[in-house]
Write a protein that binds this ligand. Structure first.
Ligand code: SAH
Length: 236
């Protein structure tokens, strides 16, 4: 993934974006005619542990140069066009991220703090992406907009490798748990609400996205509950 900033003006934004590039595993940072200096003290300070990213940034003259070798490019803007202004018909960040998974090399382009991207620049991209926000003030700070879009890309393309993937509960155990809980319910609820209670328990288990460890904790609890209530037939 290539992150492209066109004419970035503020050193704090430049440093913050370098940090985000590293946070969300971007591969490259391209700067088209930056106004802020790479060796600005504030840029370096705000890049924090991503100083190396800042030092490796590639500086080019024109957006065309930054899009060379890219399979899929997205320009970004807060401005959304009317019916006939097709250049400004945007995708949401999450729809863009889902599409991006199909391409090998993706670039995301962000504009100047003062005037954003020109129409000619937007015309160079394959799609336009806009972050939905308060219609009365939808323009975000540059680095905040970068954070939101890189996060969506990260979720869509990199999360498989991430440490947040924990083994999910196995379907067989969930079914067994549902049967046991429903059996207990039948012992303790004797009016017509039993159907509602059983459905609610089943939904609770199947909608919750439990991990294997969580399901096994609940299985242990259910077993103790069965013993305490003296309804051993529910363990069948
Ligand atoms: N006054 C400028 C503001 C640019 S903000 C203008 O009118 O365009 C700087 C950059 O942040 C934008 O060029 C865009 O890349 C990004 N940005 C800000 N808000 C955004 C939003 N709601 N959706 C997508 N990108 C946004």
């Amino acid at each position: 993934m290539r992150l492209v900033l066109v004419g970035v003006e503020g050193p704090i934004n430049l440093g913050s974006v370098a940090r985000l590039a590293k946070n969300f595993s971007a591969d490259e940072l391209f700067l088209v005619k930056p106004v802020a200096r790479l060796d600005d003290e504030l840029a370096i300070r705000f890049a924090a542990h991503a100083r190396d990213f800042l030092a490796r940034a590639v500086i080019v003259e024109r957006l065309e140069d930054a899009l060379r070798g890219v399979d899929f490019s997205a320009c970004t803007s807060a401005k959304v066009g009317q019916r006939s202004d097709v250049l400004r018909h945007p995708l949401t960040p999450w729809d863009f991220a889902a599409l991006a998974t199909r391409f090998r090399k993706v670039a995301v382009v962000f504009g100047r703090e003062s005037v954003g991207l020109t129409r000619d620049e937007i015309a160079l991209c394959d799609v336009l992406v806009s972050i939905p926000a308060n219609v009365e003030y939808p323009v975000l700070n540059l680095s905040h907009a970068v954070a939101i879009i890189l996060y969506e890309l990260y979720k869509a393309t990199r999360l498989q490798e991430s440490q947040f993937r924990v083994e999910p509960a196995n379907e067989e155990l969930l079914r067994k748990l549902a049967q046991r809980l429903e059996c207990i319910a039948e012992k303790v609820v004797t009016d017509q609400r039993i159907q509602q209670v059983k459905a609610a328990l089943r939904h609770l288990l199947f909608k919750s996205g439990l991990t294997a460890g969580e399901a096994s904790g609940i299985a242990y609890f259910v077993k103790r509950l069965v013993k305490r209530l003296g309804v051993d037939e529910c363990l069948a």
